[in-house]
Design a protein around this ligand. Structure first.
Ligand code: UFG
Length: 276
């Protein structure tokens, strides 16, 4: 790093995030997510930059006994991916205990969806999408035939899993709010949920996307996906109170912006259609 180049704070988003892959290749996940973070923290300390915002995940709540999830819930990890998030949270807490100059905010993301409203920036997973909305999007543009609904026998309004979907622009704003918070005097190591506080089922998401896109999403039902929780949504009180941040976008907004991105870029960033 050039001596003239100073960093005030770091937002650490980088990491592998596919649950199934993490079960197959745990060392890849521990190496990339854990060693990568430790190296970053060492470099930050060596250069006197001790302000960090880290992307954690609601996966650390596992299958919560009650909802909404508050930040003081017990933490668990059901797979190597989740364990990397949990371990990094613990590493961050240890670092602060050892050196109170650090100011660290751990952001627990719920289910980020949507795209930038311009339609120029969006999610473009490689291979078969693991997550619901990228899969739905690929069905809508004709790249896949049908969405498989994992589990229709949950104790929810329509039997399908319930999650807290949050627009990526709201999520991005949550990071700006966290950066501002790091400028306050006493932060320590704090954790905040980034969600909307509202639960939406798989079938409700599909219906919202169908009306945003005007496309029919054919469904195939199957059994529960191993490791999936029934209902997960956030308590947003702490983030509202302490970060002065609250999600603004609705499920319809998320689907509108995701469809805008998908219809403009049916093959994501790949113009050769080779990822078909
Ligand atoms: N689902 C389907 N079909 C699919 C994909 C998903 O029915 O093809 C269902 C799931 O069973 C679940 C819901 O859609 O009920 C959401 O599933 P996602 O895979 O989109 O999201 P998850 O809640 O499983 O996982 C996400 C992130 C993880 C993160 C977790 C935190 O992908 O990285 O939220 O709860 F850890």
């Amino acid at each position: 790093m050039s001596p003239n180049c100073r960093f005030d704070a770091v937002i650490h988003f980088a990491g592998l995030k596919a649950v199934g892959e993490s079960v197959q290749k745990p060392l890849l996940y521990y190496n990339n997510n854990l060693i990568g973070t430790i190296t970053l923290l060492e470099v930050m300390a060596a250069h006197g930059c001790k302000k960090l915002v880290f992307s954690s995940s609601a996966t650390v709540y596992g299958w919560p006994k009650v909802v909404p999830c508050t930040e003081d819930f017990p933490l668990v990890a059901a797979n190597p991916y989740g364990r990397t998030k949990l371990f990094i949270e613990e590493i961050a807490r240890d670092i602060y205990r050892s050196d109170s100059d650090w100011k660290i905010i751990l952001l627990r993301y719920f289910n980020p969806v949507g795209a930038h409203p311009s339609g120029h920036i969006g999610e473009d997973p490689r291979g078969i999408p693991n997550n619901l909305m990228p899969f739905v999007q690929q069905v809508a543009v004709g790249r896949r035939q049908a969405l498989t609904v994992f589990g229709t026998d949950y104790n929810t309004k329509d039997g399908t899993g319930v999650r807290d979907y949050i627009h990526v622009v709201d999520l991005a704003d949550g990071h700006i709010a966290a950066l501002h918070k790091l400028d306050e005097d006493k932060i320590g190591c704090e954790v905040y949920n980034l969600g909307t506080g509202k639960g939406t089922s798989v079938l409700e998401m599909v219906a919202a996307f169908e009306s945003a896109s005007g496309k029919k999403i054919p469904l195939v039902t199957s059994g529960r996906r191993p490791g999936d929780a029934e209902v997960v949504y956030a308590s947003t009180e702490k983030a509202e109170r302490e970060l002065n941040w609250k999600a603004q976008y609705s499920i319809d907004d998320m689907c509108r912006d995701q469809w805008n991105w998908a219809s403009k870029n049916p093959f994501g960033y790949d113009t050769s259609e080779s990822t078909k």
